[in-house]
Design a protein around this ligand. Structure first.
Ligand SMILES: [Zn+2]
Length: 295
């Protein structure tokens, strides 16, 4: 492949570039869509970026789905149905990469730099591929159920795991290695492409989402459950007299707090609504993210 430029005249040469499956699918699917436009493309020695756009009418949503991002799972749902995606594999991939990189002992910064970059990219690609499957599934469900997606504000999370806090070095490394913003970014652009509105809760709206009971609004208690392998991530409500999974109550609360904001993204989420279904716990589905259908 060679492109030559003469001094006064551009000699055009055509050459074929094989696009990946995703790009071909997008371009073919929108052939008849009048609002679909290819805006520009950029060609570099090893990349071709195509920028495209289309007009998407916003889906009229009547309900909301909360999204709770954790280290080993992403929990999504409302008071009727909750889906928990197991992403523990991402933690294992990160640990493997760390042990591979630390096993190289040669004291040569040029080689080390190359290795870090190679294994770092490999790790990022493997984790992102899994997150793509999860984000695609989340947005597809939101489209089917006509639900707006509600995000909590967890930008403070990095501050919780800084040096000098009570955690050990390993725990800090694990918590800071997980890209909380990557999955959010993926869900955001996929929702925009499908017309699903995104509701971003503020820091004060997020407060208490994982510690207050969505049904009675009382503070939940740990009751030593962290020590119990089965009830490890559960909390006890004294008023409702039952154990509830902390990730599940987080998405239920987020979904309820996002509801008043539906329709007007600047609405007040302060008037949190309460869950008024008698004693019915949401249906919880558990999905292994690494076994989801490929993107
Ligand atoms: Zn309660």
């Amino acid at each position: 492949m060679k492109v030559t430029f003469s001094r006064y005249r551009l000699e055009t040469q055509y050459f074929e570039i094989l696009l990946n499956h995703h790009a071909r699918e997008i371009l073919c699917n929108h052939e008849n869509n009048s609002t679909f436009k290819v805006n520009s493309f950029v060609l570099t020695p090893d990349h071709l970026s195509i920028s495209y756009s289309k007009d998407v009418p916003e889906v009229q949503c009547k309900n909301t789905t909360g999204i709770d991002r954790n280290l080993r799972n992403v929990t999504v749902g409302d008071c009727n149905q909750v889906v928990q995606y197991d992403i523990a594999k991402a933690v294992r991939i990160a640990e493997n990469t760390k042990s591979i990189v630390s096993s190289f002992k040669r004291n040569d910064h040029r080689i080390r730099k190359k290795l870090y970059s190679k294994y770092g990219t490999r790790r990022k690609n493997r984790v992102n591929q899994m997150l793509h499957k999860v984000s695609k599934d989340i947005v597809q469900h939101a489209v089917q159920r006509k639900h707006a997606l509600v995000f909590e504000d967890i930008r403070y999370i990095r501050k919780m795991y800084q040096k000098g806090n009570w955690q050990g070095k390993k725990r800090r490394g694990t918590m800071n290695g997980w890209s909380f913003s990557e999955i959010k970014c993926q869900i955001e652009y996929k929702s925009r492409w499908s017309g699903i509105p995104i509701i971003q809760l503020s820091k004060s709206d997020t407060r208490g989402t994982s510690t207050l009971c969505p049904r009675c609004g009382k503070r939940l208690q740990d009751k030593g459950a962290w020590n119990d392998p089965i009830r490890k991530r559960e909390l006890w409500c004294d008023t409702c007299q039952r154990w509830q999974d902390r990730d599940v109550i987080a998405v239920m609360n987020q979904s309820l707090r996002g509801l008043p904001r539906l329709g007007s993204s600047k609405g007040d989420a302060g008037e949190a609504m309460k869950w008024n279904v008698d004693n019915a716990l949401p249906l919880i589905l558990r999905v292994d993210a690494s076994k989801l259908q490929s993107v």
